[in-house]
Design a protein. Structure first.
Length: 121
């Protein structure tokens, strides 16, 4: 009889203990995230790190440096070796620049290559 009276309280105690452990794990994870963000903030305060990121992410160059980009005409975007589709999508040098710009916008609007044109109904 005593066990039947104590059992509901014991179950609630077990549930609360598991909730407390879960909350402690969340607090520990949040503290780790805060520490990582503080480390990252300190890195961004370093001018050399900011210069490195500007060069790597934005392709900036320092005054006096010469920036260049190497492109491989044989490479495709998805990494497959489909030279026929790469040559048909490559811009032709005889066209004016605005034609290439418009074609680029059309290709960006239709990444699946379904053939639908931008702005056409």
């Amino acid at each position: 009889m005593l066990a039947l009276l104590i059992l509901p309280y014991f179950q609630k105690w077990l549930i609360q203990r598991s909730e407390i452990e879960s909350a402690r794990a969340q607090v520990t994870q949040a503290q780790q995230d805060v520490a990582d963000l503080q480390t990252q903030r300190e890195r961004w305060r370093d001018p050399d790190y900011v210069k490195y990121q500007a060069r790597a992410r934005l392709d900036y160059v320092m005054p006096g440096d010469i920036g260049f980009r190497v492109s491989d005409p044989e490479a495709t975007v998805d990494g497959t070796d489909d030279s026929e589709s790469a040559t048909t999508k490559a811009p032709i040098k005889d066209r004016p620049w605005y034609s290439d710009l418009w074609r680029s916008a059309q290709m960006a609007a239709d990444p699946a290559g379904t053939g639908k044109r931008v702005g056409s109904r």
